[in-house]
Ligand binder design. Structure first.
Ligand SMILES: O=C[C@H](O)COP(=O)(O)O
Length: 237
């Protein structure tokens, strides 16, 4: 299982890198769960990150506007993101989510064929009217994307496991693996939940809060000691 850490600026990116993150995921929590950061922040973080470490960028909790989202995806790719995450927030169902993802895939592949494209749904989709997370593996495969992800839309202390139990998470992971693709899971994940996530077959775990001093994704700052503790735990599995 790979460790994806979500910094908001170059200072936190350095802590993520020094702590041993496998993927440095540039994010802007002020704009939501998968809030987008600015192109120059993505560019600076790509420049400071070792070449063999992937840099990811979130496009935001996106609306059902395939054109707008495609342009955002191109912006992330041009800024140097290797890994592009789309939060399928404003898409209410499979068809809408697929339409957005197909256009993102076409846009990004046209610019950079080897970019990794992530379709992210929300475990608590019912709270915001978004597409059912169990549709995400099929959306990912049908759109030609690479990774099916689940995060939580509302960061109010509830974790991924409050909305999806291990049986459901295992089903999600099995389904995306059956397509020959990979899974990523996030949602206020705590260090004592890592083993369970690994056991469900998760390929990438996404973390911000638990990598911050004090464990708060908004008021805290990512620190290398917290990142390396998470990394050491994962490496033991
Ligand atoms: O992509 C993963 C997210 O940044 C997870 O953030 P969180 O651990 O604060 O829920």
């Amino acid at each position: 299982m790979l460790l994806l850490i979500s910094p908001i600026n170059t200072e936190e990116a350095l802590e993520s890198i020094e702590g041993g993150a496998d993927i440095v995921d540039v994010k802007n929590p002020k704009e939501g769960s998968l809030g987008a950061n600015f192109p120059w922040v993505i560019k600076s973080i790509r420049e400071m990150t070792p070449k063999d470490t992937l840099v990811s960028a979130t496009l935001g909790d996106v609306p059902y506007k395939p054109g707008t989202v495609s342009l955002a995806a191109l912006g992330a790719a041009v800024s140097g993101a290797d890994y592009i995450k789309v939060g399928l927030y404003g898409t209410k169902n499979y068809d809408e989510a697929l339409e957005v993802m197909k256009n993102v895939v076409k846009t990004v592949r046209d610019y950079r064929e080897d970019a990794t494209i992530v379709a992210a749904g929300y475990a608590d989709a019912h709270r915001v009217g978004a597409v059912d997370p169990m549709e995400i593996p099929k959306v990912t495969a049908s759109a030609g994307a690479d990774i099916a992800m689940v995060d939580t839309a509302v960061k109010d202390g509830k974790t991924l496991f409050d909305f999806m139990d291990t049986e459901k998470l295992t089903k999600f992971n099995d389904e995306i693996h059956d397509y020959g693709l990979k899974s990523a899971l996030a949602g206020s994940v705590k260090k004592d939940q890592l083993l369970t996530l690994h056991q469900t077959g998760c390929d990438v775990v996404g973390i911000r809060g638990a990598a911050c001093i004090g464990g708060d994704r908004n008021s805290g700052k990512i620190h290398r000691s917290a990142v390396s503790e998470l990394k050491k735990m994962i490496d033991q599995f």
